[in-house]
Design a protein around this ligand. Sequence first.
Ligand SMILES: [Zn+2]
Length: 53
Amino acid sequence: MAKCGVCGKKIDIIFLGKLLGTYIKDKKGKKHAVCFECQKKIPDKEDLLKKIK
Ligand SMILES: [Zn+2]
């Protein structure tokens, strides 16, 4: 189960292992899951990365 790196909400997996959201990579190449709602709220990837704990 993936958790959103911004709001901490669980992200539902839809079919074929796809997330209802996205993965973004930070500068170290580490992947972070971000839910659809946070993605919609913060469309800019750099801003999203800043919000991830
Ligand atoms: Zn979220």
